[in-house]
Design a binder for this molecule. Sequence first.
Ligand code: FES
Length: 293
Amino acid sequence: MSAPAVAQRGPDQTPPGRERRFELLAASGFGLGFLGGVGLAICYALGGQPQAEGVLLALTLGGLGFGFVIWGHDLLPQGPIVQQRGALGSSEAERHAFEEDLERGHVERRTLLRRTLGLALTALGVAVAFPVRSLGPSPGDSLRRTLWRKGTRAVNGSGTPVRANDVPVGGLVTVFPEGDVESGSGQTVLIRVEEGLLRPRPGRDSWAPGGLVAYNKVCTHAGCPVGLYQAESHQLLCPCHQSAFDVLDGARPTAGPATRSLPQLPLAIDPDGFVVAQRDYTEPIGPAFWNRR
Ligand code: FES
């Protein structure tokens, strides 16, 4: 039993003049997208202006969207399309008509649309590639290193080297690597606790001579300075969101939103009694970042 015929609507039934108008309309949309993309790239290259960039981006995407809608709604065949199934194969006249159709109508139309669409997408691609420049130079491994090195002396905020005897039991001094008292990443809290109370992590037995222990001052939650110390409970406190770190247990977080311990600086005392570093921190300081392992 043959299927009922359903009204068809497609390129074959669209009057040539009307089809051409839609084709030009869609191409105009893509052309507008192209101009918007070029304008966006130029605007950004000249230094950028947020309002102008917004308008140009809207033109680009709007033009592309307009072209796609016209193409899809008025130039592509619309369903449902049902055709009576006849004999397979085409007559010579049908083949000839199809070839003419292909050469004159569809191929020309798709070439024009493809070209204008390609131009618009290329211009948009170029424009959106520009902001990559705004990311700035690569940080390299600067996020993983500080200025502490083997033998670097610890100095206070005035640049004066700190002796081990300068820090009493229960006391806290903020120190920096000698030569860089402005160091944000190298700022370190030096604390002395009663000997024998510390519970060093594996491999850290020699990092806290005489109960003198040092932790990085940058909070591992969001980077505030961890500068408050409760000597009775041996807790370092962050004033921003109330994270607490156990000084006796490798500065393990015990309260608040921080989830990682403060990095510990391996310390030594040089022959003159000054506090020095054994080496740099063994882990990145501060909050987590994108590819931190
Ligand atoms: S920055 Fe320290 S708890 Fe949030």
